[in-house]
Design a protein around this ligand. Structure first.
Ligand code: FMN
Ligand code: SF4
Length: 458
């Protein structure tokens, strides 16, 4: 195994950069319980801070359909990146008489470069995720749950395992939760370190002990997922929104974003790259890039902003002029990019877009599962072309070939969204910074380029 493939346990902790005094229960449903000292909120403290009240409410009201209706009305859009309504997904899951009880799977793989939000929630507030999963299980009549966790997240695994045990001892997990007759239990499953395991059907294969190839759809997981049973896969942040939605209602949730966005709720936004204060903030959905960059203290060392990714390496580059846009699913979608995970990656003017793309495409090529040709064979070709351009040894036609390879990886042409995710930053980098790619044709460079992201982190 090469040096860059060795997995390093991440032992430092994520942090939220808003003090407790700025985070209130009625405005910050995801983070108001987090402590300034960064210590985990265990069961006693969670219960003092309204913990498990949403489960108590939902189970005593007695109708899972009420939970689904509230989730649909609140329109909690999936925070794993695709933005699909969790309530709609739950309403389509097979359940009831004639259908076996299935699974709730929390997607905690979080291998998207530049993304570190789910980790904070799991490390410091594991009971919120457990409560969200119990509510999802209740709504979907699921018998068992799994948190499919990125293997490097050792702190998150510790927090979750301890919290699951606490919840079990206190009667919030199986059997007969809080005297309701409903039984549900869950376990943490740590992954072995592949980006493709974050794709929901590859994740299900991996959970079953199979090779992590995506599955053809249909059938969708809600019809036939893990071990052939109806399975709901949701992101950590999506599930962490559920308790507050059930406790305070859909209208309250919708109102959190005010007139900033058609999408309701708050979002765990973040910023990384050469900024003064990289980190995370819970802000109303539709907060602008400018506000987030301001909170991050702007670029360090007098650097100037060249471009930014709105939500991970698989989103398209945007320009400084896009910073004023509300960061929500539809607005960012209209630019040709995607909101993705909502964690901004900042690119300064000193970074070569060709080198940055070579770095990212090496990651995407390495993480391809190899099932479809444009992804398996096209992405290594993309890397070769980018390496030539980076070394000033590109040839006329290389940029057009890169554009063709990106188009061949477009939506609908491959089994899963990995290839379109690899194509989007490439196509946008060429669109906005073509001159930098052109400079790589037949002109050796005097100066070596610095890798913007150290090998091993991608
Ligand atoms: C290559 C690839 C990697 C993905 N990685 C993740 C991930 O780490 N976490 C995640 O929540 N979703 C990831 N997704 C999206 C999932 O397939 C799925 O849409 C998501 O878990 C659904 O949850 P949500 O609706 O709550 O967002 C990935 C998708 C692809 C194509
Ligand atoms: S697009 Fe890539 S990762 Fe997805 S199924 Fe095809 S080869 Fe595998």
């Amino acid at each position: 195994m090469s040096q860059s493939r060795q997995r390093q346990p991440l032992t430092y902790r994520s942090r939220i950069l808003q003090p407790e005094s700025e985070r209130a229960a009625d405005t910050h449903p995801l983070t108001w319980r987090l402590r300034d000292d960064g210590e985990t909120v265990w069961l006693d403290e969670y219960l003092r801070k309204d913990g498990y009240q949403a489960v108590r409410k939902a189970l005593s009201e007695g109708d899972p359909q009420t939970v689904i209706a509230t989730m649909k009305k609140a329109n909690v859009r999936g925070r794993g990146g695709a933005g699909f309504s969790a309530g709609v997904k739950w309403s389509l899951t097979l359940k009831g008489s004639g259908h076996p009880r299935g699974y709730i799977v929390c997607n905690a793989d979080e291998m998207e470069p530049g993304t570190f939000k789910d980790r904070l929630l799991m490390e410091q507030q594991p009971h919120l995720l457990i409560e969200g999963m119990i509510l999802a299980a209740w709504a979907n009549n699921s018998r068992y749950g799994y948190v499919f966790l990125r293997g490097e997240y050792v702190e998150a695994a510790r927090s979750l395992n301890r919290a699951i045990e606490e919840a079990r001892q206190a009667g919030w997990l199986s059997p007969d939760i809080n005297g309701s007759g409903f039984d549900f239990d869950l376990a943490v499953h740590t992954g072995a370190g592949r980006y493709i395991c974050g794709e929901e059907t590859a994740l299900i294969n991996s959970l079953e002990g199979k090779r992590a190839n995506p599955r053809a759809k249909p059938p969708f997981p809600g019809q036939s997922g893990a071990w052939g049973k109806p399975t709901v896969v949701n992101n950590v942040e999506t599930l962490c929104n559920v308790p507050a939605v059930i406790l305070h209602g859909a209208d309250w949730y919708q109102g959190l974003s005010g007139d900033r966005s058609e999408d309701g709720g708050s979002k765990l936004y973040g910023c990384s790259g050469p900024v003064a204060n990289p980190g995370l903030w819970e802000l109303p959905m539709g907060t602008t890039g400018t506000e987030i960059l301001d909170r991050a203290g702007g670029l360090r060392d007098g650097l100037r902003l060249k471009a930014w990714l709105p939500g991970g390496a698989s989103t398209g580059f945007l320009l400084p002029e896009h910073l004023e846009l509300p960061l929500d699913f539809d607005t960012i979608g209209k630019t040709g990019s995607r909101l993705g995970t909502g964690l901004l990656t900042v690119v300064p003017e000193t970074t070569s877009m060709v080198s940055l793309m070579r770095n990212l495409e090496q990651f995407f090529a390495r993480e391809s599962c190899g099932w479809c040709t444009p992804c398996r064979d096209g992405l290594p070709w993309v890397v070769k072309l980018l390496q030539s351009l980076e070394n000033g040894q590109g040839e006329p036609g290389d940029i057009e070939m890169l554009e063709k390879l990106a188009a061949d990886c477009g939506p609908g042409l491959t089994f899963c969204a990995h290839a379109p995710g690899a194509a989007m930053p490439l196509a946008s980098a060429i669109r906005y910074f073509r001159h930098e790619f052109e400079q790589g044709i037949g002109k050796p460079r005097a100066q070596a380029h610095q890798d913007p992201i150290p090998a091993g982190q991608v």
